[in-house]
Design a protein around this ligand. Structure first.
Ligand code: NAP
Length: 321
């Protein structure tokens, strides 16, 4: 599988990241291990989890995905070949509660959070540590100083942000520069080929035009796209979220369907490859609940993909239909 550098960090990551959110909860241990093995066999090395996955399935506070990854890496003896990303800040304070009651990004939470994550992951370092959600109640300097100390201590290699609006991303980058602290190397947001209707989002999770414009001018900050397959909606249209049910998206889906017929690729593969081929490249964090899904998804990187297909998709996305 093609590898790229994670921004200018020196970390080499596979062009697809495996989303491990449901491993150990919705996806059982045996299947999760098989999916992880298949990903590595295909040349993947970049894994994504969080300290709160998947609390909404267990009605606890999360950590099952990290524990499963820790067991898998120990069993396979492959920690040093993996680029491991996890997140802090969106763990509910109490079982049975949700994102309205998260721990946030205070220094104490981060210091405690990394220790618990390292324990579950059975490792001494996390390669990429994300701030999972914006936390307007904690000064950015406090969060970034705490992350910087973890880097100095060798517990974290690089940091990233997630679910940030453009103004908050800009503030964070400026705060790091002004204090000479480590800055975010990547931003993890919801992003895919279809374009959501402008919806007020409580957690600023989507790449909106303002953020996109900023990212275009800062190609050293890598965009990592979560839910790139819209949780299976490209192959199961009844799953299409309300925000994506628009007339331009209906036309985009027609273009995708025609291209799939012409090229022999699946619609999911076209979407994933389009992200990879974008300039600057976008790294999709792709979830899979079976080995068959995983194989289809990683196959996106090795299938033939002509420039004309990319151009047709780019035109459709830009609405030039
Ligand atoms: N930073 C954040 O706040 C945030 C938020 C959400 C997710 N994430 C990360 O992003 C990862 C992916 O997110 P996601 O699971 O929401 O989105 P996704 O990758 O768009 O969707 C994954 C789901 O799509 C279906 N699917 C995948 N491949 C398929 C295929 N080839 N054919 C048919 N269906 C297929 C499966 O659904 P079924 O299992 O139902 O078949 C799978 O569980 C997560 O694991 C997590 O690491 C981060």
């Amino acid at each position: 599988m093609k590898q790229i550098e994670l921004a200018k960090t020196g970390l080499r990551i596979s062009a697809q990241c495996l989303g491990c959110m449901y491993f150990g909860t919705r996806t059982d241990r045996k299947t999760s291990f098989q999916i992880l093995d298949s990903f590595v066999e295909a040349g993947g090395n970049f894994l994504d989890t969080a300290n709160n996955y998947a609390f909404w399935i267990t009605h606890q506070t999360g950590g099952d995905s990290e524990s499963l990854l820790g067991d898998w890496m120990k069993d396979r003896g492959n920690r040093d070949t993996i680029v491991l990303a996890t997140k802090v800040g969106a763990k509910p304070r109490a079982a049975g509660t949700g994102l309205e009651n998260v721990e946030g990004l205070g220094a104490e939470t981060i210091v405690r959070g990394i220790e618990h994550s390292l324990e579950r992951l059975q490792t001494d370092r996390v390669d990429l540590y994300y701030a999972h959600l914006d936390d307007p109640r904690t000064p950015l300097a406090e969060t970034l100083e705490a992350f910087d100390r973890l880097i100095q201590a060798g517990k974290v290699r690089v940091i990233g942000g997630s679910n940030l609006s453009r103004p908050r991303l800009e503030e964070a980058m400026e705060a790091s520069a002004a204090r000479r602290l480590a800055a975010y190397s990547c931003l993890q947001q919801e992003y895919t080929f279809l374009v959501p209707r402008e919806v007020p989002t409580q957690y600023h999770s989507i790449v909106d035009p303002a953020l996109q414009e900023w990212l275009r001018r800062h190609s050293d900050l890598l965009l990592v796209a979560y839910s790139p397959l819209l949780k299976g909606a490209y192959s199961q249209p009844e799953r299409l979220p309300e925000a994506y049910q628009t007339e331009p998206n209906r036309r985009r889906l027609e273009v995708l369907s025609d291209l799939a017929k012409q090229t022999g690729a699946t619609v999911n593969q076209l979407v994933l490859r389009w992200l990879t081929e974008s300039t600057p490249a976008v790294v999709p964090v792709v979830g899979a609940s079976s080995v068959a899904q995983l194989r289809e998804n990683v196959g996106a990187l090795s299938m033939p993909f002509e420039r004309a297909t990319f151009d047709a998709m780019a035109a459709a996305r830009n609405d030039a239909l």
